[in-house]
Ligand binder design. Structure first.
Ligand SMILES: *[C@@H]1O[C@H](CO)[C@@H](O)[C@H](O)[C@H]1NC(C)=O
Ligand SMILES: *[C@@H]1O[C@H](CO)[C@@H](O)[C@H](O)[C@H]1NC(C)=O
Ligand SMILES: *[C@@H]1O[C@H](CO)[C@@H](O)[C@H](O)[C@H]1NC(C)=O
Ligand SMILES: *[C@@H]1O[C@H](CO)[C@@H](O)[C@H](O)[C@H]1NC(C)=O
Ligand SMILES: *[C@@H]1O[C@H](CO)[C@@H](O)[C@H](O)[C@H]1NC(C)=O
Ligand SMILES: *[C@@H]1O[C@H](CO)[C@@H](O)[C@H](O)[C@H]1NC(C)=O
Length: 778
């Protein structure tokens, strides 16, 4: 609550200080946020209105007109303009202006972990974790009437995953366009990709005109990420696709093959940086895209973009845009972030967003190492290259570095660090901490190495990201890297052989939580339990841009049609696709009902029937997986849902002190307790004694039903749900109940900010409507 009350003056203070810090003439992009559109206005009237604000601070009419970058017209009322700090401050003082936000470069980026980009092709099978039951697909008619908007790096439209063969015309409600640009015109849209636009004005205001060798000035994807996420949501079934050298064959398929895709390209290559080092997405560009997506008529938005330093919801472009989307009942799914395993690292935690964590699937790409002493060590890779079957000399990178390489990074195989002669004909062990994974492989190859072993860092646990290195290679976890190091130091003639990769299916345990997946609690609103759910995000296969190599390294000239990536970027589209199917099956459900169905039906066990673990084999908790692993079929029939309206979110915002997102809404003098938002999970931070919250469930199962409550209180707390039985006699009927959480006396000694987790579940013999609880003591 204090957060925003304090934040607002700080924000003004920053604006006041800025003129002192920067020259008064230095212009930057600011977003001037006006909330809602009032009355029926034409687009021209709206733009004129936005100009009039600019006239009030600019010297001339021309100045005012030329400074306008975007005029948000569909749902969001506001504009982006080039302003001096002084002008921005003046605008912020106008009564109708709800806030003025300064655009910041490099804050938002796509959520594949930098240095985890990898690729290649071994086995083109859809991820096992995402095989949808045929009946669910049939009921949803494969999502053919649902439109999913993708905010990402664009699309490679020629991919077979986006073929529209046999598809019916798209819904007549669609109002989007197919925007032309570099190597892209309206012929690139079809009945699968029904819209494509790009947003670059914010990027160009910051970096200057786009360098067209870095990216296409059009919806075409030069990165690969956007093609990957779009095909995960709605790629067609593509059979007998062959990969690098034609050695891998199989079927690739997205979540729901008839879903329509609308592409909004908002993320771009960064000048002066390698593509493998990431990309950037500007807030003003994303807001323009979301505003258009709302006006175009998308049903779901899938956004695999986040930021490392989360800000309050009224300063976060994704949260603001998503709130407008929710008003039109659009489901918004976002990636939780890749900043784990540290706690409190989540992005996108607004309660109107579905926040998606990442976990493994039951497939491995096994490429073990045989050491000279006969020991066999587990490794994984998707490199297509093999070594001749014999033993090779094995060295640790630090033994063969150039003389000028500092000792503390000598094992890292950073660019230029290896001495060429010493690596010739050998297998080199490199450790991962700094630099990109695939870049280390390149360095070994450059230095003449014949094979490469990548030892993961300690924080990755047992998780192994499978890379498509550009030479025979494999990756091992930290413990195994130490074993290999010990072996190297134990003998005068260390030898090894890397066995070519094979695919292992139904590997166990699966899923486990990826070590990189960001963890709760939400630093922005700890009263909402986040993330909401987990979905496959480790070693995910999907379509790729043919203008980007599988590793994205400049030196890599391979072209692939499919690629394997890891990140919450990959898990988010799984939830985007599932939301689309739920929307097709239950067209009248609100976005909150769809999220509730996903959350309360999630799975807590792995394929060994044991609780889902983290990458170290320890039981994972709701700050990693939310309510658990998604189960699309169960989510289609959840029994009860926790609904919430746009008004409920505004009330929640009042309760955390945010009043400036919708000018038409006046906060009550005594706003409710923030944990009272009708959310399908419960978080109470800093509980002092006892707290009681209210929840409301809506019957969407059988008309007559009786639900009983089961409670598993967090250790050290007691939880009472009242009433403990709910009777329903028609569909749509609502029942309210309270949850009282009490800290036991012993808890007085429990550490500050230390959370305990529990559950409560409503069950009627058919449905288990399960909600996680997270509590910490004051
Ligand atoms: C789009 O571009 C392609 C290739 O340049 C061209 O063949 C086609 O005619 C163009 N389509 C339209 C509608 O301009
Ligand atoms: C554009 O990018 C390419 C590739 O990084 C670089 O070689 C070139 O110098 C850049 N051009 C400009 C004008 O910056
Ligand atoms: C798969 O494609 C290859 C050529 O790319 C062809 O030789 C093979 O017969 C195909 N297999 C099937 C089952 O269609
Ligand atoms: C390595 O050591 C140098 C000083 O010798 C230091 O500047 C640098 O930050 C260290 N790097 C790491 C990764 O610890
Ligand atoms: C990582 O390596 C880059 C150069 O590759 C260097 O600039 C940076 O300081 C390094 N970071 C650490 C933590 O050593
Ligand atoms: C907890 O509540 C008690 C009484 O309601 C109050 O005296 C105490 O200051 C509170 N403690 C904290 C840490 O807020």
């Amino acid at each position: 609550m204090d957060l925003t009350v304090k934040n607002f003056p700080i924000f003004l203070l920053v604006l006041l200080l800025l003129p002192l810090l920067a020259s008064c003439n230095e212009k930057q992009v600011y977003i001037v946020y006006l909330g809602e559109h009032s009355g029926e206005k034409t687009y021209n009237e709206i733009e004129e209105n936005h100009h009039s604000y600019l006239f009030s601070v600019k010297e001339t009419v021309e100045d005012a007109k030329s400074s306008l970058i975007y005029s948000y017209k569909s749902s969001i009322n506001g504009f982006a303009a080039l302003l001096t700090p002084d002008e921005a401050f003046k605008l912020s003082e106008i009564e109708e202006v709800l806030s003025v936000l300064r655009s910041q470069s490099t804050k938002y980026s796509l959520q594949t972990t930098r240095s985890w980009e990898f690729s290649g092709l071994q086995q083109l099978q859809g991820s096992k974790g995402f095989q949808l039951k045929e009946d669910l697909l049939l009921k949803s008619r494969y999502g053919q009437n649902v439109i999913v908007g993708m905010l990402d790096s664009g699309v490679w439209p020629e991919s077979k995953s986006f073929s529209d063969e046999g598809m019916r015309p798209y819904p007549s409600s669609w109002k989007g366009i197919c925007q032309s640009g570099d190597a892209f015109n309206s012929s690139n849209c079809n009945k699968k990709i029904i819209g494509a636009r790009y947003y670059i004005k914010g990027y160009e205001a910051h970096y200057g005109p786009l360098n067209r060798t870095l990216d296409y000035r059009s919806p075409r994807d030069k990165d690969g990420h956007g093609t990957h996420t779009a095909s995960t949501v709605g790629g067609r079934r593509v059979q007998n696709v062959s990969a690098l050298g034609g050695f891998a064959r199989g079927t690739a398929s997205g979540g729901a093959s008839l879903i329509r895709l609308a592409i909004y390209k908002v993320c771009w290559a960064m000048p002066g940086r390698g593509k493998e080092e990431g990309n950037t997405c500007f807030m003003e560009d994303m807001l323009a895209a979301m505003d258009d997506a709302i006006g175009d008529g998308v049903d779901v938005l899938s956004i695999s973009i986040g930021r490392k330093d989360p800000v309050s919801f009224n300063e976060d472009g994704i949260a603001i845009g998503a709130l407008h989307a929710i008003k039109k009942n659009i489901v918004v799914a976002c990636s939780a972030g890749n900043f784990g395993p540290e706690p409190a690292t989540l992005s996108n935690t607004a309660p109107w967003i579905i926040t998606v964590g990442a976990s493994s699937i039951d497939r491995k790409f096994l490429a073990p190492i045989v050491l000279g002493n006969g020991m066999k060590i587990e490794g994984q890779t998707v490199t297509p290259y093999k070594m001749e079957k014999k033993m090779y000399q094995l060295v640790y990178a630090a033994q063969i570095v150039n003389a000028d390489v500092p000792k503390n990074i000598s094992g890292q195989c950073l660019p230029g660090s290896l001495s060429p002669n010493a690596a010739k004909g050998k297998i080199v062990l490199c450790l991962h901490w700094n630099g990109t994974r695939v870049g280390k492989g390149w360095e070994v190859k450059r230095a003449g190495g014949i094979g490469f072993i990548l030892g993961d860092s300690r924080t990755s646990g047992a998780e192994l990201v499978a890379d498509a290195h550009i030479l025979p290679a494999t990756g091992v976890n930290y413990k195994n890297a130490l074993k290999i190091l010990n072996y190297i130091h134990s003998t005068k003639t260390p030898m090894a052989y890397i066995v070519p990769a094979t695919t292992e299916l139904e590997s166990k345990p699966a899923p486990f939580m990826a070590s990189f997946t960001s963890r709760g609690p939400s630093t922005v609103s700890p009263n909402i339990l986040k993330p909401d759910i987990t979905a496959p995000g480790l070693n995910i296969l999907a379509a790729w841009s043919e203008a980007s190599s599988p590793t994205k390294l400049d030196q890599d000239h391979r072209v692939v049609k499919y690629n394997i990536l890891s990140g919450t970027s990959m898990s988010c589209p799984h939830i985007g696709a599932t939301s689309a199917l739920l929307k097709a099956i239950h067209p009248s459900w609100s976005s909150a009902a769809i999220r509730s169905a996903l959350i309360t039906s999630a799975e807590l066990n792995n394929n060994l029937g044991k609780p889902i673990t983290d990458a170290f084999g320890k039981p994972a908790d709701p700050f990693q997986f939310g309510s658990g692993h998604f189960r699309p079929t169960k989510a289609a029939d959840p029994g009860l849902v926790y609904d919430a309206s746009y008004m409920d979110y505004l009330l929640f915002l009042c309760s955390i002190g945010i009043k400036n997102l919708d000018s038409s809404f006046k906060c009550p003098i005594k706003p409710p307790f923030p944990s009272n938002l009708n959310y399908p999970s419960l978080a109470i931070p800093k509980l002092n004694g006892t707290s009681t919250v209210e929840r409301r469930v809506t019957n969407v199962g059988s008309s007559k039903s009786v639900y009983f409550v089961k409670v598993k209180p967090p250790p050290g707390f007691s939880v009472k749900v009242s009433p403990s039985i709910l009777f329903f006699n028609h569909i749509g009927q609502r029942k309210t109940f309270t949850i009282t959480v009490k800290a036991n006396k012993v808890n007085k000694g429990m550490g500050k900010d230390k959370y305990a987790f529990g559950w409560y579940t409503w069950f009627d013999g058919i449905h288990n409507v399960q909600s996680p609880i997270a509590v910490s003591v004051a």
